[in-house]
Ligand binder design. Sequence first.
Ligand SMILES: [Fe+2]
Ligand SMILES: [Fe+2]
Length: 306
Amino acid sequence: MKESLPQKVSVTAVVDNYLDVFEPSTSLVERAVPGKLKGHLLAGHGLAYLVDISQGESTFCLLMDTGNAFETLKHNMEVMGRTPAEVDALFLSHGHPDHYGGLLGFLEWRGSPLPIYCHPDVFWPKYLMTPRGKVGPWKLEREKIEETGAQLTCATDAQQLREGVFLTGEIPRRTDFEGPMPGAKIIKDGEDMDDPLVDEQALVVNLGEKGLVIISGCSHPGIVNTIQYAQEITGNSRIYAVIGGLHLAQVGEEVLTQTINGIKDCGAQLALTGHCTGFRPHIRMSQELGSTFAISCVGSTATLAA
Ligand SMILES: [Fe+2]
Ligand SMILES: [Fe+2]
């Protein structure tokens, strides 16, 4: 029997740079109420989302990224009453340590093999040349992951995990305003070079007539490129929600204007952004996207239903 499209997707921020218990809930985003949790949530550098997808009689839980540090991921999952056994598969958005830092710890904590999806370039050493100097290099150890028995699927092209649940694979850079990340470097076969970050991919859930829910880690390929490619691979032009880190802190006002216009024009009913989006971009998005904008905080859950 052919699977039907998902009826519902819930995206819970388990690790994010932001934590603000005073942000109000909305019709689409429920905020954590501190007194009702088992303990105190922690903000932390990086991103990790628990993505719960309801499809027919079944549910599927995908952990997207693991934050910078396992301790934060574990602590917040426990505070929220979530367990590693609930996770059916893990998706790594790209090879930066603020997204994979908690990966090995999580696999050990879970204690049983887990399917992991990523791009093959996530395993090259990477570093950043920043105004504050060289940061890194870091390397995600493939062997250590495989030792846990994890089933790695490394793909460069788009793939459908289940009916209506896609990983984009490499995202074509088509807009003229979304450029590479300044200072991003990769060491391939011992040679240092600019990192085009082709390894970044987004998770896309197709809710049919309601549209697509696009979940992006750092959006290094550009969120507008990501939106356009999600439309292309799913054949659905409608966008319901754009969620994730947009990495806009370093861009100029003009690029920011074009990016915000791209989000506005896609018609999303929710832009829920956090992590690396940047303080100044968040202020502008809040001003220009109005009630469709919400900041992604640790403990928040966005629920999008078909
Ligand atoms: Fe990041
Ligand atoms: Fe990144």
